[in-house]
Design a protein around this ligand. Structure first.
Ligand code: G3H
Ligand code: 13P
Ligand code: ZN
Length: 348
């Protein structure tokens, strides 16, 4: 299947009542791990790259690896998504390169650190939506700010500092016409999200449910959704790592989110943990080894295992063959004619 838009994947997920994992990549092995997991579980999938990933891998390498992934897996609906675009120019360059969806994270200023005002967020997001839809590309916006900092991106602080206001979420969706909406409900990027198993005082599932009630047809996105499993932490620490005790987002909370409008779930950290643990194990147990394939092979397998499990838990497993690709040109026509609805349904 050619690369398709995230909008198509999420519309289908809404019909089927499941969520779709969006997994971050920086290199070939991570792309392979995701595609092998998608094949193993017959799942549609979103592969996403941050600005840091684009810099690390170089745009053209990344894009051609994604084309290879689509070519080798014609049965898998696959979207190539820009994660946390910081400006119109970043989103525009991703669309020109061939990304099939972009996130305009206008919750932060272009420095990727300072929270932006509501009006600034609406203005830049709407600018990206207008450009992207004209080109048949779908857009994710963010209202509210996540906690933590990853690779220099993020406002820092606790996930509770800037949670989403439901009234603002409604106004934002109405004024921007985004295809999906990332909300802040107490999560943070990275491994250090919670200091104990999260309850409703720190992970605001009630807020997510309230937003879903107001915007029942809007595809919600959960960022910072790694579960940071203890077994993956333990492997790293067993082989010389120094992770502090930490908790992520329990899978059952994500599943509750999926029952309440969450259609895209962002996962990066769990895969980073799996890869690092597997590499540490090989290098610790067999220090004489130096062929990268000796540690990248188990690292890729460890990531495939995590991704396949999440695909099953999010419910996307088994849904790859439910539908055919809609071309980007047809998506552009759909946005223009209004058959692809961008005005949210708003309930009181
Ligand atoms: O948004 C956070 C993702 O985990 C990507 O992280 O900016 O370090 O590539 P990164
Ligand atoms: P994690 O750090 O929880 O994996 O979140 C990743 C993310 O939200 C990418 O946008
Ligand atoms: Zn994120």
């Amino acid at each position: 299947m050619p690369l398709v838009t995230t909008r198509q994947l999420l519309d289908e997920a809404a019909k089927g009542g499941y969520g779709v994992g969006a997994f971050n990549v920086n290199d070939m092995e991570q792309i392979q791990a995701i595609m092998w997991a998608a094949k193993e579980t017959n799942s549609p999938v979103i592969i996403q790259a941050s600005r840091g990933a684009r810099k690390f891998a170089e745009d053209n390498y990344l894009y051609h690896l994604m084309l290879a992934a689509a070519e080798l897996n014609p049965e898998i609906p696959l979207a190539m998504h820009l994660d946390h675009g910081n400006s119109f120019e970043t989103c525009e360059s991703a669309i020109k390169l061939g990304f099939t969806s972009v996130m305009m994270d206008g919750s932060l200023k272009p420095d990727g650190k300072t929270p932006a005002s509501f009006e600034e967020n609406v203005a830049v997001t709407k600018q990206v939506v207008d450009y992207a839809h004209e080109h048949g590309i779908s857009v994710e916006g963010e209202i509210g700010v996540l906690g933590g900092i990853e690779d220099g991106h993020g406002a820092g602080g606790s996930g509770l500092d800037h949670v989403t206001d439901p009234d603002q979420a409604v106004e934002f969706a109405e004024r921007t016409g985004v295809d999906s909406l990332a909300i802040a409900i107490g999560t943070s990027h990275g491994a250090y999200k919670f200091t104990k198993k999260p309850d409703g005082s720190v992970l605001k599932m009630d807020l997510l449910i309230a937003i879903h009630k107001r915007l029942p047809n809007t595809h919600l996105v959960m960022h910072g959704s790694s579960s940071v499993p203890k077994d993956l932490q333990d492997v790293i620490n067993q082989y010389g790592g120094k992770l502090k005790e930490t908790w992520g987002v329990p899978v059952e909370e994500i599943q509750l989110g999926i029952k309440n409008g969450v259609r895209k779930i962002n996962v990066d950290t769990d895969n980073r943990l799996a890869i690092t643990g597997a590499i540490r194990k090989v290098l610790f147990e067999t220090p004489e080894k130096f062929d990268p394939r000796d540690y990248l092979t188990p690292a890729r397998a460890a990531m495939q295992k995590v991704v396949a499990l999440r695909m099953t838990q999010f419910g996307q497993a088994g849904h790859a063959s439910d539908y055919k690709a809609t071309s980007i040109a047809d998506m552009a026509k759909g946005y223009k004619s209004g058959s692809l609805v961008t005005k949210p349904l708003v309930a009181k």
